[in-house]
Design a protein around this ligand. Structure first.
Ligand code: 5GP
Length: 112
């Protein structure tokens, strides 16, 4: 997979406000937050987008949700929204799989 902004954040080649890290995952604040709390959870494994994940990624994908939950609690959130943009047509702009976690304000449905 090609280098992305997020692989550079993993490698500390560009700065980010990292709020969680372990051997499989990283969470950092979005540079252009869409809510009072807005962070991204990414796997360290380079997967460009959700539809590139395979059966072998089953545990990793579940783990990312648990990290999202853990960091949301760390941020004091009880209600929050998770969002995964898959592909340019769904507004994905960085092609390293990431889960947006947003909280701290009300959210409507359906999303735009
Ligand atoms: P996407 O549109 O691909 O689902 O989301 C990419 C997100 O990454 C956007 O919300 C954007 O603000 C965020 N982002 C883009 N570049 C950077 C960066 O260099 N640092 C951080 N922390 N966030 C970034």
């Amino acid at each position: 997979m090609a280098e992305t902004l997020f692989s550079k954040i993993i490698q500390r080649q560009i700065p980010a406000d990292i709020i969680y890290e372990d051997d499989q995952a990283l969470a950092f604040r979005d540079i252009n937050p869409q809510a009072p709390v807005h962070f991204l959870v990414i796997p360290k494994k380079p997967i460009a987008k959700l539809s590139d994940a395979s059966d072998g990624d089953q545990a990793l994908l579940g783990y990312l949700l648990l990290v999202a939950n853990k960091v949301a609690a760390q941020e004091g959130l009880t209600d929050f929204r998770l969002n995964v943009n898959n592909g340019a047509g769904a507004s994905q702009t960085v092609f390293h799989l990431h889960i947006h976690v947003l909280g701290g304000r009300p959210f409507s449905w359906p999303p735009g």
